[in-house]
Design a protein around this ligand. Structure first.
Ligand SMILES: [Zn+2]
Length: 389
């Protein structure tokens, strides 16, 4: 089977500079490790959905936009015809083995650097460095705040010791990272009081927390304390602070993950000067585009919405690009567990953006040079600037 070039996957004719800009290696500024082990069909199916449960009896998670996307775009990378059945795809996957499949799919994504959220540290997931080696790319770590907090909470400290250790541990982890990430959306929702909690309130809340430290952190006072401690560290090191927004798994109350709920916090941290990066955002990507348009320190992506809307991804990007400043949007695959999801994120970013750029050029709105410049900014330039890569 002949080698597939990245720009062969573009769905519309485009001038050469725009094709080249879309095909150029990208920075995947938010992703997770992929599984190093071989997977059964049921394990694979759970990883192509955010549902966390098997499809109803007699049905399959392959009958989703992402499932059909895997059969279309990942099959040829494993030397199969496009659209082969799930059974054929998975048997070829097993035959090649996870290491070879990961190598092929991550490399075909055309990614120059992976910024890996290491908050779901599990031995079966590739580490940030392994993602880089496997994908033929650079790799850096983004520290998940709630994971650092959990480690400190179980260390058997007093409330005062917890507050001190949290600050020190955040600073130590940040020294080796290119960004910090919060999943407050999953814990108390994004509509929290944006002000910095008082030391007294934090010590009291920490006392309650430490009586049952294995529970995950949900107390809004301590979530706010964690965020403000992160702001202090991020400001010292000029690190961006990422927030999970919108689309996620069933742990999430979607309405509590609307990024516009963060408006007060975004205002409050503006003087600190570090970038606030809104991840995923779907279906609130228009809110995210608005926030990026009006606050100088706010950036946004649509992340895994492109993977999971797959053939419909152009519509999502079209809405995002209605308003977002082009120096504010970034690419991420948000892949987790499967290298297929990294490839799909990249394919559907390039395909969706190709359609929108072609429309702008055809309508006489943008020059070819401007369209190419926008593709470069979103694909890699903005992330290189924001994360100082
Ligand atoms: Zn993620």
């Amino acid at each position: 089977m002949p080698e597939i070039r990245v720009d062969d996957a573009l769905p519309v004719p485009l001038p050469d500079p725009v094709r080249a800009a879309l095909a150029a290696p990208m920075v995947d500024h938010h992703c997770h490790g992929v599984r190093r082990d071989d997977l059964s069909r049921s394990e694979f199916e759970i990883l192509i959905t955010e549902a966390g449960t098997p499809a109803p009896p007699g049905t399959t998670h392959f009958d989703t936009p992402a499932g059909l996307g895997i059969r279309r775009w990942c099959a040829p990378v494993l030397d199969l015809e496009p659209h082969v059945s799930p059974a054929v795809y998975l048997s070829r996957r097993a035959e090649l083995g996870a290491a070879e499949v990961n190598r092929r799919l991550l490399r075909r994504a055309g990614v120059a650097a992976f910024l890996v959220d290491t908050g779901l540290d599990r031995p079966e997931l590739l580490t940030a460095a392994e993602m880089g080696r496997t994908g033929g790319a650079a790799a850096d770590e983004v520290v998940r705040l709630e994971q650092v907090e959990q480690e400190v909470a179980v260390a058997g400290l007093s409330a005062v010791g917890y507050v001190k250790a949290l600050r020190e541990e955040l600073a130590a982890r940040a020294a080796r990272a290119v960004g910090l990430k919060s999943i407050a959306a999953y814990r108390c929702g994004l509509g929290f009081d944006p002000s910095r909690p008082s030391r007294g309130a934090v010590i009291a809340a920490a006392g309650r927390r430490l009586s049952d430290p294995k529970e995950r952190l949900t107390d809004p006072v301590l979530v706010r304390h964690l965020l403000w401690a992160a702001v202090d560290v991020a400001r010292e090191r000029s690190l961006p602070l990422q927030f999970h927004c919108g689309f996620g798994d069933t742990d999430l109350d979607l309405h509590a993950a609307d990024p516009s709920l963060l408006t007060g916090f975004i205002r409050a941290v503006a003087p600190a000067g570090m970038p606030v990066v809104l991840l995923h955002c779907y279906p609130f990507h228009r809110q995210a585009a608005y926030l990026a348009a009006v606050f100088p320190h706010v950036y946004a992506d649509v992340g895994l919405a492109l993977t999971y809307t797959a053939g419909g991804s152009a519509a999502v990007l079209r809405e995002m690009l209605e308003l977002v400043p082009f120096h504010k949007q970034m690419f991420s695959s948000d892949c987790y567990g499967l290298a297929e999801l990294c490839l799909l994120g990249a394919v559907y970013h390039r395909r969706g953006l190709a359609r929108v750029l072609a429309e702008r050029i055809e309508e006489g709105e943008w020059s070819v040079a401007d369209a190419a410049r926008v593709a470069h900014m979103i694909g890699s330039g903005n992330a290189r600037r924001v994360y100082r890569l």
